[in-house]
Design a protein around this ligand. Structure first.
Ligand SMILES: Cc1cc2nc3c(=O)[nH]c(=O)nc-3n(C[C@H](O)[C@H](O)[C@H](O)COP(=O)(O)OP(=O)(O)OC[C@H]3O[C@@H](n4cnc5c(N)ncnc54)[C@H](O)[C@@H]3O)c2cc1C
Length: 380
């Protein structure tokens, strides 16, 4: 894990600022929004409680094409053409029509950040009043505010999101040093009754974890068990809650992107690609406001509609998420084997990629031409 670098003590000077755009959260979603605003001539401030890239928030595997199109290729650590699933009664291998890569979080964040021209401050967001955002370093104001703060949705106006009752999954992983060849998953009740285990190699590091769709199931013991079954040391822990239901992407005049809007895919807990995808969409709407092509109200409406149009896909994946654990293990093995046919794999995974297609990524700071949001939608 990266060494803690966040400003402390005397360096944590008071802040009292006014910007055109305030982006709260400097991970996948927030940095993707900032990148879209490069060259717009606006005063953009990004804040996070940690320095950029300081705290890894995932196993960091994403479709390679997304990384390449965003100019993040140098962060890639290992690339996989096959996906291997282990169950108690079958091992299956799917040859993907596209490739996945694991990447280094710190490098990826640095590369995304280098493509933006925003300012950055470390500050912890505690809440908001209207368009004034309260932080531990003071109040920050902007007419355009983005919540990219992750599953807590800190700037939401509803009840605070509280596990284990909220629609959340939980994930925990360990990062031992080591090397393996395959991108592997385990659907096995020995590790988790509803969910899956994984091992994602990333060069000289393994990311071994367990995710539970049921937030009440504690994943620590079985994460250790999976690591030990693989002969690896359970060390360097990293975990978090994962939203598995779409939430409104606009609320109280704020834009919500990534996990704060429930943009993580419910069936697979894949949330990096979607955070980037909706970050690009949100950034384009904000840019239209900054360039005088739209009002804030129009941008809110269009971004909210754009996110909501994906609702049926998220609902469908949530249904499948709930069905999977109900299948008896022998039947599950038969279903997974039947799906091994190359034509089916291609069809299924191409559809899956199109939920948030890499074609939505643009060159850094490219000004979209109207009707830009329309263009994004037609690719879905
Ligand atoms: C164990 C685990 C493994 C995962 N593996 C994968 C994977 O391999 N591939 C994949 O696609 N998805 C994966 N996911 C899901 C993925 O991590 C999330 O969907 C993704 O990180 C969402 O990005 P985001 O930018 O919306 O939020 P986050 O990445 O959670 O970023 C939120 C940012 O906000 C900051 N922040 C939070 N609260 C405050 C506050 N109050 N004040 C200031 N700053 C704050 C945080 O420091 C952070 O930088 C995994 C999740 C878990 C838990």
């Amino acid at each position: 894990m990266p060494v803690r670098a966040t400003k402390r003590g005397a360096d944590r000077t008071p802040l009292d600022t006014e910007h055109d755009v305030l982006i709260c959260g400097a991970s996948f979603a927030g940095l993707a929004v900032a990148r879209e605003l490069a060259g717009a001539g606006a005063r953009v401030l990004v804040i996070d409680r940690y320095e950029i890239g300081e705290r890894q928030t995932s196993a960091c595997a994403a479709p390679t094409e997304w990384l390449v199109r965003l100019g993040l290729g140098d962060s890639i650590r290992q690339t996989f053409q096959d996906l291997v699933i282990h169950t108690p009664h079958a091992d299956v291998r799917y040859r993907l029509p596209w490739v996945f890569s694991t990447f280094d979080y710190r490098t990826l964040c640095a590369l995304l950040w280098a493509q933006s021209d925003a300012e950055f401050e470390t500050a912890t967001v505690t809440g908001r009043t209207g368009h004034t955002v309260h932080t531990d370093r003071g109040d920050l104001r902007a007419p355009l505010v983005v919540d990219a703060l992750g599953w807590r949705r800190v700037l939401g106006s509803g009840e605070p999101i509280q596990p284990p009752n909220a629609r959340l999954s939980r994930g925990l992983e360990v990062h031992p040093h080591g090397a393996r060849e395959e991108l592997e998953f385990w659907i096995d009740r020995r590790y988790v009754p509803a969910g899956y285990g994984w091992c994602f190699p990333a060069g000289d590091e393994l990311r071994i974890g367990v995710g539970s769709f049921d937030p009440r199931f504690h994943v620590k013991d079985t994460t250790v068990l999976l690591a030990e079954d693989l002969g690896e040391r359970p060390e360097r822990y990293q975990g978090n809650w994962i939203p598995h239901q779409l939430r409104p992407a606009v609320e109280g005049g704020m834009f919500f992107v990534g996990d704060s809007a429930g943009h993580c895919l419910p069936l697979t807990a894949e949330g990096i690609r979607t955070a980037l995808y909706f970050g690009v969409a949100c950034g384009r709407e904000l840019r239209a406001v900054l360039e005088g092509r739209a009002t804030r109200a129009q941008a809110l409406a269009r971004y909210g509609d754009f996110s909501a149009e994906h609702e049926w896909k998220f609902r469908w994946m949530l249904r499948t998420q709930r069905l999977l654990p109900r299948l008896p293990p022998r039947l599950l093995a038969r279903v997974l084997r039947a799906m091994e046919h190359p034509r089916f794999v291609r069809w299924a995974f191409d559809h899956y990629l199109r939920v948030a297609p890499p074609s939505a990524a643009s060159a850094a700071g490219a000004a979209p031409t109207a009707p830009y949001a329309q263009g994004l939608q037609t690719q879905v």
